[in-house]
Unconditional design. Structure first.
Length: 335
């Protein structure tokens, strides 16, 4: 009986999985897509579906997410000089305003988008490989076990004194700002293998900071309320001991030195040969590099989505009448 019951559950799961759909979202005039806006796509999609938000020159706007979906864009920092190699043939990005992750969005994954802000109002959400200005935590309900990884972002903020964020996982991101929790008792989590570039005051409590690089590690009165393990800082504010390194030379940390000349906006923060952050971290007893490009899950340049991306197409500019064969070369990479 137990075996039959297990098989029945497996069959039910396979049937549900088979029903999940992939939808195209593209607001470019003439594109043959399923939807032209994120809001209409979310409204029509079923839980478990995937939305591919394609490159466009037009903003996709803001939207409310209230079901479990995978929302996948095309990455960021795709153009400019210099730009990262092997990204996308179409150098436009998938960008929008604000995503509100409301009740019902638990388990959703958002990646490859350029956004102004995201509000995390449910649990087990994953933000990965995005370019985001601000992430706001649990300002309307308690949340737990959300993951923020591989993003290029400004800051994580929690402004509400009434709701709690528990077990937040923040790893392998590049921050231009900091983490600021207005009610420090209402949030805890792990910040591992991030690169923090800002000079603001961090305001957290009960966080573990491990294998990070800080340009300015200013925690003020909250320095004793967190745990610091194997971090590297340019200043001398980190607590002594526990493998922390202070007074590192900014010019000697990254391949882009202190100016980033000759490198893209994120590539400049890879560690240069001889960097004091190389081998300065420890994770689960294994020696790793500090910063966003260190550890078992390093930052991915330009937030390339987890699917093959076409980065180059070579084809004739014109085809003569009577031509029976045409050679087209398509170059793709998986990230």
């Amino acid at each position: 009986m137990k075996k039959l019951f297990t098989l029945a559950l497996c069959a039910l799961f396979m049937a549900q999985t088979a029903e999940a759909k992939i939808w195209r979202v593209n607001n470019t005039v003439g594109a043959n897509a399923d939807f032209t806006s994120l809001s209409s796509a979310v409204a029509a999609a079923s839980a478990g579906d995937t939305l591919h938000v394609e490159a466009s020159t037009t903003d996709y706007g803001s939207m409310t997410l209230n079901k479990k979906l995978v929302i996948r864009g095309t990455g960021y920092f795709l153009s400019g000089t210099p730009s990262n190699p092997k990204t996308q043939h179409n150098k436009n990005t998938s960008y929008g305003g604000t995503i509100y992750c409301e009740a019902g969005s638990k388990g959703s994954v958002i990646e490859g988008l350029t956004l102004y802000s995201v509000y995390l109002r449910d649990s087990a959400l994953t933000l990965q490989r995005n370019n985001i200005s601000y992430i706001y935590l649990s300002d309307s309900r308690d949340i737990a076990s959300d993951t923020i990884r591989h993003n290029f972002l400004t800051s994580i903020l929690l402004n509400s004194g009434n709701y709690k964020t528990r077990g937040l996982f923040v790893y392998n991101n590049i921050f231009t700002g900091y983490i600021n929790i207005s009610q420090t008792a209402n949030a805890d989590g792990f910040a591992v293998n991030n690169t923090f570039l800002g000079n603001n005051t961090f305001k957290t409590n009960n966080f573990i900071y491990q294998n990070n690089i800080f340009n300015v590690s200013n925690f003020g009165q909250f320095g004793q309320a967190n745990t610091f393990l194997n971090n590297v800082s340019v200043d001398n504010n980190l607590p002594a001991g526990n493998g922390n390194i202070t007074g590192a030379s900014l010019a000697n940390l990254y391949v882009g030195g202190s100016t980033g000349a000759g490198f893209s906006s994120d590539d400049r923060y890879r560690l240069k040969a001889g960097s004091p952050a190389i081998g300065a971290g420890v994770l689960n007893g294994v020696v790793v590099d500090c910063g966003a490009f260190g550890g078992p899950a390093p930052y991915v340049l330009s937030g390339m989505p987890q699917m093959p991306s076409i980065y180059d197409i070579v084809m004739p500019s014109q085809i003569n009448v009577g031509t029976t064969a045409v050679t087209v070369t398509v170059s793709a990479a998986a990230h």
